[in-house]
Design a protein around this ligand. Structure first.
Ligand SMILES: C[S@@+](CC[C@H](N)C(=O)[O-])C[C@H]1O[C@@H](n2cnc3c(N)ncnc32)[C@H](O)[C@@H]1O
Length: 210
């Protein structure tokens, strides 16, 4: 009897844990699209001001990791960047392809990437941006070593993710990664210069790493 109870407890705990992708995908795809594309999101997300932190991006090649609906990809493309919208999920990549065809935007291409590999060639891009997706990556030190390798010498990585200490809609606290941990992990991955912006966005930090 004791043994059966123990097995049931292990199964129950297992089903409660899960990773942040399973947690996100408890929502229907249509609801995720609605949430990511919500027009009122501009107030809290300030996409144009976030993108401006890269400086002039006209003509720059940028990978958007975890592009989702392309919320950031299309905005960067409108500013003249050549954007690789990268995601692991075909539903989002198809959504972006459709949007690209409708908007006739030649500045966005899609790339299906792997959970543990952004599939960047050496120094392929000027910048990488990863919004609300850093916490979805599992072995981040190995993953961002590959990201570092894919960015050219003058380029940078921008991480935008949820503040751990601020209660807000988004992933539960157990999935969030504190900003100091982001810096520590990126240092192991080979980045050594950091700018942290905690003020622009109320619920998210921004780390620019080189
Ligand atoms: C919370 S959404 C963020 C979407 C978009 N960046 C935005 O801000 O609207 C997370 C996205 O990351 C993608 N994703 C999850 N794990 C990933 C991984 N290891 N590599 C690339 N994309 C991933 C998901 O499919 C999803 O589209």
């Amino acid at each position: 009897m004791k043994k059966i109870s123990l097995i049931l407890l292990v199964i129950l705990l297992g089903s409660c844990a899960g990773d942040s992708n399973s947690f996100m995908n408890r929502n229907k795809f249509e609801n995720l699209v609605k949430r990511f594309e919500d027009p009122t999101r501009t107030k809290s997300q300030k996409p144009d001001e976030v993108i401006a932190l890269f400086g002039d991006i006209a003509g720059k090649k940028i990978m958007d990791i975890g592009a989702g609906t392309g919320y950031f990809s299309f905005r960067m493309a409108d500013k003249g960047a050549k954007v690789i919208a990268a995601d692991v999920d075909d539903r989002f990549l198809d959504y972006i392809e459709e949007k690209r065809l409708k908007s006739n935007s030649n500045n966005v291409s899609t790339r299906k990437v792997e959970y543990e590999d952004p599939l960047l060639k050496k120094e392929e891009v000027d910048h990488v941006i990863i919004v609300n997706t850093y916490h979805h990556i599992e072995d981040r030190e190995a993953y961002f070593t590959k990201v570092k390798n894919g960015i050219n010498r003058e380029g940078s990585l921008m991480v935008v993710d949820f503040k751990k200490e601020v209660k807000s809609p988004g992933p539960p606290k157990r999935y969030r990664v504190a900003v100091d941990k982001v810096k520590e992990e990126l240092m192991v991955a080979g980045f050594d210069e950091f700018e942290v912006n905690n003020d622009l966005l109320e619920t998210q930090y921004i780390v620019i790493a080189r």
